[in-house]
Design a protein around this ligand. Sequence first.
Ligand code: SF4
Length: 297
Amino acid sequence: MLAERPRYIEIGCKSVLNRVSGMPFDWSINPYRGCFHRCVFCYARRTHTFLDQNGKDDWGSTIFVKTNAAAVIRAELAKPTWLGEHVAIGTATDPYQSAEGSYRITRAILIELTRARTPAHIITRSPLVIRDSDVLQDLARAAGVSVAFSLPTLNAELAKKIEPTVAPPAQRLRAMRTLAKAGIRTGIAIAPVLPFLTDSVDELRAVYRAAADNGASFAWDGVLNLGEIARDTYFEFLRTYYPELVDRYNALYAGKYPAATYTKTVQSRARIARSGISFDPPEGIVSTPARVQLSLI
Ligand code: SF4
């Protein structure tokens, strides 16, 4: 069944650049609030409650669009205090969700970053990002840019259950290859690794292998966290499709994070899974701001 078209609410924002600490980037940008992709594990859902919205049901159906974002960031980047530090785009929303097709807020922000010679890292699940290859090439030359595709699995059937409105894995890989061919530094995030569903060495290796074969210059993985709201939506998914796993998850997740021994096991499997796979930048990559690797969505 197709998801209903979301309701878009246009808002004016006071700032676009958000200061971040304790992360491998200095600032974050989220052109939208809410996300049509409605991933069952999305921890960013909780941010909707800051706007008095329901993070479970409204997250994918009521999207706030920061229509003045380009003008606001232009002023922010023009301040003498701006140091041109790394920004991450899409830490709490997908900057290339369907709204971007018509609103073009992310594209306008990238143009401003290019003018201000500010390096950026984009996190997305959407092939729509290839529409902006031209702007990304400009930014790559001016300051550096990289694009991470979130890709938890190659299994299209499972992907449809966990990321209902996201393009299938094969389409994301094709988009990554297209960007890499255009000289843009790209990679993947196996985000998140799902206990008992996608955490085997074979499953992880298949994703790493596919990424390397499709132009990835970097790749990383991160185990599922289940904070508030995400716990509800994820368990709803489990009860619907994998009821036999509910007790195992309850045992593994006493709180937001899985048991530490489990996380270590997955890290060790991931090391084995990616051994022998090279993520060297393909020839022609314009820029490599290697500092930014995100352990986010
Ligand atoms: S995980 Fe990312 S793509 Fe999925 S709903 Fe959340 S913000 Fe959107």
